[in-house]
Write a protein that binds this ligand. Structure first.
Ligand code: URA
Length: 364
């Protein structure tokens, strides 16, 4: 869902919008920001697309530069009065939909006098404006961002983009955890790992991901490289992430077992207890909004960890169900899915996995 809609006229404020957009990206995801025509597919009904986009946003920023109301077409008609003027149509729509409309004054412009505006957007003049000055642009945008932060409702599936220092801290914490695991001589699979010259597989991806995916255990290829899901199951997983237009770099990808078990046998209780502590730490560091479990071992571990009433149910009942953790201040959800390896044995299951994956779109 686009949360911030930026309305602007290219000839008037394009340069300012570019700068503003770059600053906003430090705080919000690109998908949180809708910038009119750039996002409209050829052939689409533009009024409908604009209405839908504005309906989906929380805040509407109307950029007003020095030429905003003063541009004319070749026939001498003011652009603001043209039947198909995007700028006016968008403002009309936002006002009609009762959105929070904030005029953003740039380039030394002033709020337009209502008598100079088409009737449908006259009330824009009464909206309190924000001014972005040339010399204090970064500071001015900072206070605009502070204002936007206060206004944008926090949806339980939404995670604000963390500041670079927060992300760096998380990356460091995960790196330390990996080192700790590498040297954990007491781990139940340490002897087997060193004997086979394998690596432990802590996980990889985005340290501040909204979505955390927990598989079962590293296979041979994974243990030889230290990377999760790079074998055939990984290919299936990549194609599933593609359904919601994500790549593995957007999520945190790990397993319930962090070392390969001999002959890929099922994890035993001692191993689950031991590696579960590492998984708990990863959940704490990454702080996702949803944990997607792949297969029954990670599902059971996570459902038990959060002591959920569903903990005794089977994966065939629970796959694709979004379970919200009820604890106070918790925005965490659990979604069990079948393991992608299932598709390798039974290709007809691919559709089930794709449908389940689709449900995660709200976290992207
Ligand atoms: N590779 C992994 O990393 N985990 C699995 O569960 C399967 C393959």
């Amino acid at each position: 869902m686009s949360r911030i809609f930026i309305n602007y006229r290219r000839l008037d404020t394009e340069g300012y919008v570019g700068r503003l957009y770059d600053h906003l990206l430090k705080e919000f995801k690109p998908t949180d920001i809708f910038m009119d025509v750039q996002n409209i597919e050829p052939g689409a009904d533009f009024v409908q697309v604009l209405e839908d986009a504005i309906a989906a946003c929380d805040i509407f920023l109307a950029m007003i530069g020095p030429h905003w109301g003063k541009l004319y077409n070749e026939a001498g008609e003011r652009r603001l009065e043209e039947w198909n003027d995007f700028v006016r149509i968008e403002i009309e729509t936002a006002l009609k939909q009762g959105k929070i409309v904030v005029p953003i004054l740039v380039g030394g412009s002033q709020m337009p006098n209502p008598s100079t505006l088409p009737e449908s957007i006259m009330s824009l003049s009464r909206r309190n404006a924000f001014t972005l000055t040339h010399y204090r642009f970064a500071e001015d945008v900072e206070s605009l961002v502070g204002f936007l932060r206060g206004l944008i409702p926090t949806h339980p599936t939404f995670k604000r983009r963390a500041a670079p220092d927060v992300i760096a801290r998380k990356e460091k914490a995960l790196k330390d955890l990996r080192l700790d695991l590498l040297n954990a001589k007491e781990s139940p699979l340490y002897a087997y790992r060193t004997e086979q010259r394998y690596y432990p597989v802590l996980g990889e991806g985005y340290a501040d991901a909204n979505i955390m995916i927990v598989g079962e255990s590293p296979g041979k290829q994974e243990a030889e490289t230290g990377k999760p899901f790079i074998g055939p199951s990984g290919e299936v997983l990549d194609s599933l992430l593609d359904v919601i237009e994500l790549s593995r770099a957007d999520v945190w990808l790990t397993n319930i077992l962090l070392d390969r078990a001999p002959d890929n046998r099922d994890p035993n209780k001692e191993e689950l207890d031991y590696y579960g502590v590492y998984l708990d730490k990863m959940i704490e560091i990454v702080d996702p909004r949803v944990i997607v479990t792949l297969g029954r071992f990670s599902m059971t571990y996570i459902l038990r960890k959060f002591n959920l009433p569903e903990k005794t149910q089977t994966i065939s009942k629970l796959h694709g169900k979004l379970i919200q953790i009820e604890a106070e201040n918790s925005n965490l959800h659990i979604m069990p899915m079948y393991h992608p390896a299932m598709v390798l044995y039974n290709p007809s299951k691919r559709d089930v996995l794709r449908q389940d994956m689709q449900r995660l779109e709200m976290f992207t």
